[in-house]
Design a protein around this ligand. Structure first.
Ligand SMILES: Cc1ncc(COP(=O)(O)O)c(C=O)c1O
Length: 391
C-alpha cells in the first residue's frame, strides 16, 4: 500500500502546537511560515491508527481504560520484530507522555538537590523536568568527532561531585540523530555501574531510523546492567501521535517496578484510552507505514543536507535516525539572535535555536524535516536566500 506524505494538511487553526503556538513562542507569525521546530511530523497518522480511533469513537464509551495486556503484547511483539528486543510484556508501564515517565524515574531514584546528568546538546525538556523537580542539571558536553557526537565519559568521571544519581541517555540522540554503537552503550552502562548511577535510556526515536541503519536498544547492548537501566519509549514520535500524550516505560527488574509503583500510582492512575488504542494499532499493524515513513524521511534528509551544506558556512550533522537535524552556522560568525532572525523572520522558517539544547548549542539551529517534500523544498529556497548572501 502506498501512503501519502506529500499532500499538505491545513494545520493552522487546528490546535496544532507546531503552527498555532508559533506566535506565542516567537512573538512573530506569518500565514506562510513553515514550522520546522516542534517534533511532530506534518503527516496524517497511519490509516491503521485512524481506523482504531474511529472504532473507539463509534463504540462510544469513553470511560477509564482497563486491562493493558493486549497492548503490552503488541508492544512486546513490535520490540522483538523490529529491534530484537525481548521483554516480558508485564514490564511495561504507561505514562502521561515520555517526559512524565522521565519524571517518575527521577522521583523514584533521586532527592531534591541531587544531580541528573544529560549529554548536551540534548532535548530541552530534560532540563525543564529536572529543574521543575528541584534536581540539578549536570551537563556532560558531547564532543564532535568526525562530524558526529561522541560522549566524553572520561571527562564526566573527572567532573563528578558525588551528588549525581541519574544519567540520561537519548538514544537515538535528539538533536542530530546519532545512533549509539553497542560499544558506546556498553560503556555508558558500565560507567553507571562504576559510579552507582541509574541509567534512563530515552529511546522514543527508536523506530525513526533511516533504511540501512540499525538501532540497538540499550537493554540489548548491555543486558547485564538491567538492574539499573530504565527505558522510555512511545509510539508517539515515530507514528506522529504525540497529542495522545502516552509514553511507555520499561522497568526490567522486579525491584525497579516495586520502586516505581508508588510514584506511578500517584501520577498516572489509568492510561489514556486513546493512547492505548494508538499503541496497539501502531505496534500490531504499523509496519508498512513505518517502513514507508523511514524511506520518505531519509530522502528528505538527503535533500536537506545537500542543499544546506551548499550554503557557504553552513553544515548539517550527518544522521542515521530521527527527523531532527542539527545544523551548524558557526562558520558564519553570527550571534544566535541574528541566526534566529534570519531563519524565523526573514525566511519564515521556524527553527529551534541551538541554545535551547544546552552546552554546545550556540551557533546551531535544529530543523525538523518531517514535512511534505514540496514544503521542505520551499523552506530550503527561503533559507538559501536568507543565508546565501555571505560568501
Ligand atoms: C528524546 C525525547 N524524549 C521525549 C520527548 C517528548 O515526549 P512526550 O511528549 O511524550 O513527553 C521528545 C519529543 O520530541 C524527545 O525528542
Amino acid at each position: 500500500m502506498a501512503f501519502d506524505f506529500d499532500t499538505p494538511l491545513p494545520l493552522r487553526g487546528k490546535h496544532t502546537s507546531k503552527y498555532d503556538n508559533i506566535a506565542r513562542a516567537y512573538g512573530f507569525d506569518d500565514p506562510d511560515a513553515i514550522a520546522m521546530w516542534v517534533a511532530d511530523m506534518d503527516f496524517k497518522a497511519a490509516p491503521v491508527i485512524l481506523d482504531a480511533l474511529r472504532e473507539e469513537i463509534e463504540f462510544g464509551y469513553c470511560g477509564y481504560f482497563g486491562n493493558t495486556t493486549p497492548v503490552d503484547e503488541s508492544l512486546a511483539a513490535w520490540l522483538k520484530d523490529r529491534h530484537g528486543y525481548e521483554i516480558d510484556p508485564s514490564w511495561a508501564r504507561y505514562t502521561h507522555g515520555v517526559i512524565s515517565g522521565y519524571g517518575d524515574i527521577i522521583s523514584a531514584y533521586s532527592e531534591p538537590g541531587d544531580g541528573v546528568i544529560v549529554f548536551s546538546p540534548v532535548y530541552h525538556a530534560f532540563f525543564r523536568q529536572i529543574e521543575a523537580m528541584g534536581r540539578v542539571v549536570v551537563e556532560s558536553p558531547l564532543v564532535v568527532e568526525n562530524g558526529r557526537f561522541e560522549m566524553d565519559l572520561e571527562g564526566l568521571a573527572g567532573s563528578l561531585k558525588g551528588n549525581e544519581r541519574i544519567v540520561t541517555l537519548c538514544s537515538p540522540h535528539n538533536p542530530g540523530g546519532r545512533i549509539w554503537s553497542v560499544e558506546e552503550l556498553r560503556a555508558v552502562a558500565a560507567f553507571c555501574a562504576a559510579h552507582d548511577l541509574v541509567l534512563i535510556s530515552d529511546e522514543i526515536h527508536m523506530d525513526l531510523t533511516f533504511p540501512g541503519a540499525k538501532f540497538v536498544p540499550t537493554l540489548v547492548a548491555a543486558p547485564e546492567y538491567a538492574d539499573r537501566i530504565a527505558i522510555l519509549i512511545a509510539a508517539s514520535k515515530a507514528f506522529n501521535t504525540a497529542g495522545a500524550e502516552t509514553g511507555i516505560a520499561i522497568y526490567p527488574t522486579a525491584e525497579m517496578r516495586a520502586r516505581l509503583a508508588p510514584v506511578i500510582l500517584d501520577r498516572e492512575s489509568s492510561p489514556n484510552r486513546y493512547g492505548m488504542a494508538i499503541i496497539k494499532a501502531a505496534f500490531s499493524g504499523g509496519h508498512a507505514w513505518m517502513d514507508a515513513a523511514q524511506v520518505y524521511l531519509a530522502e528528505n534528509f538527503r535533500i536537506f543536507k545537500e542543499r544546506m551544506d551548499a550554503i557557504p558556512g553552513v553544515s548539517v550533522m550527518d544522521m542515521d535516525a530521527t527527523y531532527l537535524t542539527w545544523v551548524s552556522f558557526e562558520e558564519l560568525g553570527m550571534d544566535d539572535a541574528e541566526l534566529l532572525k534570519r531563519s524565523v523572520r526573514d525566511a519564515k522558517v521556524i527553527s529551534n535555536p541551538g541554545t535551547q539544547f544546552g552546552i554546545g548549542g550556540s551557533g546551531h539551529m535544529r530543523y525538523n524535516i518531517a514535512l511534505p517534500r514540496a514544503k521542505l523544498i520551499e523552506a530550503l529556497n527561503r533559507l538559501e536566500a536568507a543565508f546565501g548572501d555571505i560568501q
